[in-house]
Design a protein around this ligand. Structure first.
Ligand code: HEC
Ligand code: HEC
Length: 322
């Protein structure tokens, strides 16, 4: 009997406040795990945690310190800085449409948003803390205690923390850029002539869309785009140690790219101009470089058109709506 009552309670708890996720026109429904369906209270708890400095050992940083809404949830730095000014080895990626990614981290080594949450918490150079100790801090705070109960019918725990933050991250959906208005929403004046010429270069004349294609401007493929012949960061081989994984990184989305400079895993390019010069030169020729990347010749005007198109992937409603 008690089990039945508990099941009814959980059922009511989850379905009384289902979160209505806005799916932009042209986008598929993202994968949401069976055991972590979205609800208003889960998303609200996850958002509060995401922006709360008590997540880090000395209460100086939150997830949002490195994933700031105004930079499309990246941080504007070449490489991130953790607690006590500790240097992180990579550039913070945008969390735009992270719900659609099949795996996480720049080398794709993490399988789920839920398991990803612990990584920055435990990382010496980021929060240098422990998820159990965060749960203890939350138990001292009556608001967190009641939010956890509403969200998961549980006291604060590592699972509540990881699951709630993953729910919030899945709501970071962006699909209202001028390109979306033009292409998916049928507003033929949303792009100007230069942006349209840039769009044609991107999709037809050049090879960009072979990797950065589809509604999210990424096929999430793990590959090498030839930044160096010798990489300091081993990419996927960092853990797998395999030669075929040397300097292999996940193809990032290009949505909100105008907000998330600098670029690449090490933030080595400050501008989109540098990115295009990199590809047009045919890249550096690392032994794992994808054969799709070949040199191409475009005029200065065409380069400006391509940049204008990339900037038209900025969704200002996404960065202003934290
Ligand atoms: C000190 C800066 C910093 C903090 C704090 C931080 N992150 Fe990150 N985040 C990064 C960097 C850098 C990466 C890329 C790491 C890698 O690939 O090894 C990253 C990667 C991610 C990714 C993977 C994105 C993708 O496209 O695969 C997610 C999701 C994420 N962070 C969420 C969070 C959450 C949730 C928190 C808080 C619990 C957090 N981050 C705290 C800097 C930070
Ligand atoms: C073979 C697949 C592939 C092709 C083709 C490709 N890219 Fe990329 N792109 C990648 C990968 C992989 C990265 C990440 C590399 C890294 O972080 O070191 C990347 C990174 C980028 C970035 C930086 C994104 C960020 O958030 O840091 C931009 C901008 C970009 N590419 C634009 C383009 C453009 C424009 C073209 C066409 C001229 C193009 N790419 C062609 C795979 C590709």
């Amino acid at each position: 009997m008690r089990i039945i009552l508990l099941l009814i309670y959980i059922f009511i708890g989850v379905f009384s406040d289902p979160y209505s996720l806005f799916i932009p026109k042209g986008f598929p429904t993202p994968f949401i795990p069976e055991d972590n369906q979205l609800s208003d209270s889960r998303v609200a708890l996850g958002k509060k945690l995401f922006f709360d400095n008590m997540m880090s050992r000395d209460s100086s940083l939150s997830c949002a310190s490195c994933h700031q809404p105004q930079f499309a949830f990246s941080d504007g730095r070449q490489k991130s800085v953790g607690i006590k000014g500790r240097q992180v080895s990579r550039n913070a990626p945008t969390l735009t449409n992270v719900a659609y990614q099949p795996y996480f981290l720049l080398d794709g080594l993490n399988p789920s948003l839920e398991t990803q949450v612990k990584i920055p918490i435990h990382e010496h150079n980021e929060f240098d803390f422990h998820i159990l100790l965060i749960a203890e801090r939350m138990k001292q705070d009556s608001l967190y205690v009641s939010l956890s109960k509403d969200a998961y019918n549980s006291e604060p725990s590592p699972q509540v923390i990881a699951y709630a933050i993953a729910c919030y991250e899945r709501t970071l959906i962006s699909g209202n850029s001028p390109y979306d208005q033009y292409f998916y929403q049928g507003n033929k004046t949303a792009l100007n002539d230069s942006e349209i010429r840039g769009m044609n270069l991107f999709f037809d004349d050049l090879y960009c869309a072979s990797c950065h294609g589809g509604f999210n401007f990424s096929d999430s493929r793990l590959t090498n785009n030839g930044l160096y012949t010798n990489y300091t960061d081993q990419g996927r081989a960092r853990l797998t140690k395999k030669t075929e994984d040397q300097a292999i990184f996940k193809t990032p989305t290009l949505r909100n790219i105008g907000f998330s400079a600098p670029y690449m895993h090490d933030g080595s390019f400050e501008s989109l101009e540098q990115v295009i010069d990199h590809y047009s030169s045919g890249a550096k020729g690392h032994f794992n470089q994808d054969p799709l990347i070949q040199p191409f010749d475009i005029s200065q005007d065409q380069k400006q058109d391509l940049i204008a198109f990339l900037i038209a992937l900025n969704d200002s409603s996404f960065v202003s709506n934290d």
